[in-house]
Design a protein around this ligand. Sequence first.
Ligand code: SF4
Length: 75
Amino acid sequence: MIRILFYRGKCIGCNGCVEAAPDRWRMSKKDGRCNLIGGTENKGIFKAIVDMNEYEQNIEAAANCPVKIIQVEEV
Ligand code: SF4
């Protein structure tokens, strides 16, 4: 499994994560930031534990993020 952490408050809505991993990231029409699909929030940080088969896509999402607010690690 992998853990994805997302510091949503600093998102600039560039869409880079969505392009890399469209099954896991989606732009919000409400505030122009992206959402981590299936994520739960605690103090502004969103977390999702997902299957290893999403690892590469989400490493790419993190690499695409210009403000470096996505972290991906094996758990
Ligand atoms: S790549 Fe980063 S800044 Fe761009 S939409 Fe995704 S989380 Fe937000």
